[in-house]
Design a binder for this molecule. Structure first.
Ligand SMILES: [Zn+2]
Ligand SMILES: [Zn+2]
Ligand SMILES: [Zn+2]
Length: 247
């Protein structure tokens, strides 16, 4: 589905959604720069239940209709963000929509993080993202003792867990690392989970994470089997129904 951000209504609607009922299926909102919160690392927004989501900002309208290059995604207020007078669009995940200058064409792309912003992370926190994508940015933060999130919620997950999990599964293209099941639409993303290999929920280094479908996740060990039998049975059945329909 393509949303038209040229009209103010949808922008308001999405910013409201993001505050009240945060969900990663909603990938974009429009906020003015002033509404963003910022810490030493970059932009962020608080969500309900004291959750946190990191954001990037980009100019959604781009002059080159050939899309030879895409708008840069800024994760920090760097010196190249000269578009201050314009309304930047805010992103909470990797793939984003932007418009041609005359707003007649629309494209979705994975935006690359601005080189100056990336340099800031490297110099101040010794963080190297590998390729400069938003997914890698979010995940790389969890791999440095200086930037990893230490606040946890009542279930023991870090307060930005939803975003970390989303970015990790997106990096794995929503494909189960054990059986190869791939979610082919956003409604099925929920059947892929992010599993902590060591069992430690606060260790969110990529080497400790695994993208597993609900079935493979439920079979990891005795503890998971019991847990899924108690709380995850309906999703497991739903998933098996979907797989049966595909085959
Ligand atoms: Zn920048
Ligand atoms: Zn699987
Ligand atoms: Zn698990």
């Amino acid at each position: 589905m393509i949303y038209d951000f040229r009209k103010g209504h949808s922008a308001q609607y999405f910013s409201k959604l993001l505050t009240i009922n945060y969900d990663f299926d909603v990938e974009e909102i429009t906020l003015s720069r002033e509404q963003l919160q910022q810490d030493e690392i970059g932009y962020f927004k608080r969500t309900k239940n004291n959750g946190m989501v990191r954001l990037g900002a980009f100019l959604p309208q781009y002059k080159d209709i050939t899309y030879a290059s895409t708008p840069a995604l800024h994760i920090y207020q760097c010196e190249t963000t000269e578009e201050k007078g314009f309304k930047m669009q805010i992103a909470n995940s990797s793939r984003n929509n932007y418009w041609s200058r005359d707003r007649s064409k629309h494209v979705q792309a994975e935006l690359q993080i601005c080189k100056v912003c990336a340099k800031h992370l490297r110099n101040h926190y010794k963080i190297s993202m590998g390729t400069n994508t938003f997914n890698n940015f979010i995940l790389a933060l969890e791999e440095s003792s200086r930037t990893k999130q230490t606040l946890v919620d009542s279930s023991g997950y870090i307060i930005n867990w939803r975003q970390v999990s989303h970015c990790f599964r997106d990096l794995k293209r929503f494909t189960c690392e054990k059986c190869g099941y791939k979610a082919n639409n956003e409604q099925h993303y929920k059947y892929l989970h992010t599993h902590h290999i060591s069992g430690v929920k606060t260790d969110n280094q990529r080497s400790n994470l695994q993208c597993l479908c609900v079935k493979c996740h439920s079979e990891v060990d005795d503890h998971h089997q019991k847990k899924f039998a108690l709380e995850g049975l309906s999703q497991l059945l739903e998933f098996e129904q979907i797989r049966a329909n595909i085959n």
